[in-house]
Design a protein around this ligand. Structure first.
Ligand code: NDP
Length: 314
């Protein structure tokens, strides 16, 4: 039986519909949530990501501040810019698009962001809150994955969950969120032994490896829910033929364009899994949706109580 396809686009639209109500409440109190997106230099992929984030702000009626300093800037100059954004009241969220140019100390930059405006959830204070189980602003990609579970009715309590990857931006926060949701969590990485065997025990698999189509059907227990976080660009025809052997439409699309996006999960997993997110159109749209959600939340937490004259809810 083919897996249920969990569309990130449908879930994103639900999140935006929910957010619209919060945005109306804030704007009627004179607060227009605002996101500052800092893009240092000319990295083409980063430009595309920042453009999508600004477009999402515009779609939802949030204010956006697109700041594009040159690639030659120093750590001190960028720190000064962050300090200025920390002080601007109309800026609720600060997003520094990664990667930064090599001469810039990324850690110092991320740690300089006011935690109340840390809409990416990368600041050590945000990470500490997540570890302690009282998060406010959670890293967007794992937060988006949790929305998939919640809005698709996938039960986590008591489930065996395997997270593939232990990065600070996906794997680790994902594992913490699953622990707080009462799943039994195993985190795998490049030194894990007998990986397919470990993954086969899972009811829930979250793959965030950055390895095109590595998770093949033999990794997956029949009926498991598989969330594919990976985004990999394939340009090699032989590779594409292997990945899309059972998906003639995708192969035709690859041949027409000369490239394709694939996840970390092989498309053939659809014949084994109970539910599966597609790539593209799965986790990707939710990352931006959760950035919007965090910006609105940051505005409510920081400025909402002032407007309402009461305390802000988390
Ligand atoms: P990283 O490269 O930071 O981390 C990859 C992790 O996978 C590491 O923990 C690494 O192990 C592990 N790993 C790599 N190869 C293997 C292997 N062969 N066997 C077992 N473990 C392995 O990647 P990110 O977490 O930043 O991103 C992961 C993927 O998710 C990428 O494809 C990225 O493009 C995508 N992504 C998608 C987003 C979205 O919006 N959908 C957002 C963010 C990322 P070790 O620690 O031992 O090196």
């Amino acid at each position: 039986m083919a897996a249920q396809i969990l569309s990130g686009i449908t879930i994103r639209d639900q999140i935006y519909a929910d957010l619209a109500g919060d945005i109306v409440k804030l704007t009627s109190a004179g607060i227009r949530p605002g996101l500052a997106a800092v893009l240092v230099g000319e990295n083409p992929a980063s430009k595309v990501y920042v453009k999508s984030k600004i477009a999402a702000c515009e779609k939802l009626g949030l204010a956006s501040f697109h700041i594009t300093p040159p690639a030659s800037m120093t750590t001190e100059e960028l720190l000064a810019l962050i300090r200025e954004l920390n002080h601007r009241d109309e800026v609720d969220g600060i997003l520094v698009q990664l990667p930064l140019p090599p001469q810039i100390d990324s850690k110092r930059i991320l740690e300089a962001i006011d935690p109340a405006k840390d809409v990416d959830g990368f600041h050590p204070v945000s990470v500490g809150h997540l570890v302690a189980g009282r998060p406010a602003l959670v890293a967007c990609t794992p937060a988006g994955v949790m929305e998939i579970f919640k809005r698709s009715g996938i039960a986590l309590e008591g489930a065996n969950a395997v997270v593939l990857g232990r990065s600070d931006i996906v794997g680790k926060p994902m594992a913490l969120l699953l622990i707080h949701a009462n799943a039994t969590v195993t985190v795998c990485h490049s030194k894990t032994r007998n990986l397919p065997e470990v993954v086969r025990r899972a009811d829930i698999v979250v793959a965030a490896l950055g390895r095109a189509c590595m998770v093949t059907p033999e990794y997956v227990r029949p009926g498991a829910t598989v969330i594919d976080v990976g985004i990999n660009r394939v340009t090699d025809a032989a590779q594409a033929e292997g990945f899309f052997a059972h998906f003639p439409e995708r192969l035709a699309e690859f041949r027409a364009k000369g490239h394709a996006l694939v996840g970390d999960v092989h498309p053939d997993v659809a014949s084994v899994a109970g539910a599966l997110t597609p790539v593209p159109g799965g986790v990707g749209p939710l990352t931006i949706a959760m950035l919007m959600s965090n910006t609105v939340k940051a505005a409510r937490l920081r400025r909402g109580s002032r407007a309402a004259g009461g305390s802000a809810r988390p």
